[in-house]
Design a protein. Structure first.
Length: 154
């Protein structure tokens, strides 16, 4: 049986509340640092514009964060040889250690959020969120226009 509209509305409201609080945290303090360090670690080296796009913030916000991270010794900045207006940000050894520390801190926070849950409830939520993401990706894939010139397809 398909979910009722009210059920979907309640699910969306709960998800939006959680996503909103995570997004606010990503723009502040340790969570913002974690976000930038995670992107730099994942990509090996990242342009500020790429980090800003991934985080959904203005590039000037990333520039300020990166300056602070550079001052703390967490990242190195190097010129982009292909674009004199841009640079690359990469993690230092100290930055890797800080990334690990912040990730552990974040996990401990989430552990507090679910401390009074049963372990099976946590596993079920994880599976359901993964299922939701897979369903979302499948719908996006089906809705994606085919490549080529749209005016020729008509």
């Amino acid at each position: 049986m398909a979910p009722q509209k009210k059920d979907v509305q309640e699910m969306v409201a709960a998800l939006m509340a959680v996503v909103g609080s995570i997004q606010r945290a990503q723009r502040q303090g340790d969570a913002a640092t974690l976000s930038v360090l995670r992107i730099a670690a994942t990509s090996g080296r990242a342009r500020p514009s790429d980090i800003a796009n991934e985080l959904g913030v203005h590039q000037s916000t990333v520039t300020r964060q990166v300056r602070g991270l550079q001052d703390a010794g967490y990242v190195e900045i190097s010129a982009d040889p292909d674009d004199g207006r841009s640079c690359f940000i990469s993690l230092t050894g100290t930055g890797c250690q800080e990334l690990k520390r912040l990730a552990e801190f974040g996990l401990s926070r989430f552990a507090l959020f679910v401390a009074d849950w049963d372990a099976e409830e946590v596993r079920i939520l994880g599976r359901l969120l993964a299922k939701l993401e897979a369903s979302k990706a499948e719908v996006a894939k089906r809705e994606r226009p085919s490549p080529g010139r749209g005016w020729r397809r008509k």
